[in-house]
Design a protein around this ligand. Structure first.
Ligand code: NDP
Ligand code: 8X3
Length: 254
């Protein structure tokens, strides 16, 4: 029997890269997507060396529907049989009040976090439906459960991921496809550097004097959901650093 396939978007960094490592460790072959193909190549070489993982890399921008659909339809047939889809690619841009927000930032977040996740899902899921088997794991956020000051549009995109997860679960229930959302609190990745557009000092300050989650903690949660028996589905999981109670309450050591 051939190995199972996990398709992980946004695998060039952070949580996606950690999920790729975890699924490789668990014996999966990997379909990996991101815009920075050089990073995916480096990751693929490492995983092949460490675990003998077979990978197929897709250089794509999830915001571009044509790119997504043509990349998926041009895949060799065996790579189209995805067992687990981890919809992870996403970002935050800016942290501004609604009256001062940058509309370009809003477009990037909505196009990536909502529309990109939808395009990828639409490309992948018909083959799961045909096989009556598969698991979609959407990476949401505590920002999809709560709203914090200046989080406005990012929080709205993650609330949309929460709603889409619930909708997918209903629509795909009789097709025997599992649907899970994993919602992390603060995870130290490139996330804040991207949010603050390269301002490393501001990004580093977010995690100063606290012990945030690391990407591997979230990959653990994703793997837990993916590795339940056939009759068990994890609907929803919130994973937080121990020092973070909710979106806005964090204990910092002085
Ligand atoms: P990183 O910035 O470290 O990684 C983001 C990944 O998404 C990169 O691989 C990036 O790849 C990919 N990506 C971004 N835009 C696109 C695009 N248009 N097309 C394809 N790939 C894209 O951040 P995280 O690992 O922290 O974030 C991963 C997910 O986790 C996101 O959905 C984020 O919202 C969510 N999250 C993060 C939290 C945190 O505190 N870090 C907490 C809660 C949720 P590339 O640039 O190469 O395209
Ligand atoms: C990222 C975590 O708290 O910045 O989704 O929204 S937070």
């Amino acid at each position: 029997m051939s190995k199972k396939i996990a398709f992980i978007t946004g695998a060039s960094a952070g949580i996606g890269e950690a999920c790729a490592s975890r699924f490789a460790h668990e014996g999966y072959d990997l379909l990996l997507a991101a815009r920075r193909i050089n990073r995916l190549e480096t990751l693929s070489e490492r995983l092949t060396q460490e675990y003998g993982t077979k990978t197929h890399l897709l250089a794509l921008d999830v915001r571009n529907a044509d790119e997504v659909f043509s990349a998926f339809s041009n895949l060799p047939n065996e790579w189209k049989q995805v067992d687990v889809l981890v919809n992870n690619a996403g970002l935050s841009q800016g942290l501004d009040p609604i009256d001062g927000g940058d509309t370009g930032d809003w477009d990037r977040m909505i196009d990536t976090n909502i529309k990109g996740l939808l395009y990828i899902t639409r490309a992948v899921v018909p083959s799961m439906v045909a096989r009556r088997s598969g698991h979609i794991i959407n990476i949401g956020s505590i920002a999809g459960k709560e709203v914090y000051p200046n989080g406005n549009v990012y929080c709205a995109t993650k609330h949309a991921v929460d709603a889409l997860t619930k909708g997918m679960r209903i629509d795909l229930l009789d097709k025997h496809i599992k649907v899970t959302a994993v919602h992390p609190g603060m995870v130290e990745t490139e996330f804040s550097e991207i949010r603050f557009k390269g301002d490393r000092e501001r990004a580093t300050a977010v995690y100063k004097n606290i012990e945030p989650l690391v990407a591997a903690d979230v990959a653990d949660a994703v793997w837990f959901a993916a590795s339940r028996p056939k009759h068990v589905n994890i609907n929803d999981m919130i994973i937080m650093p121990t020092v973070q109670a909710n979106a806005t309450t964090v204990v910092k050591e002085e």
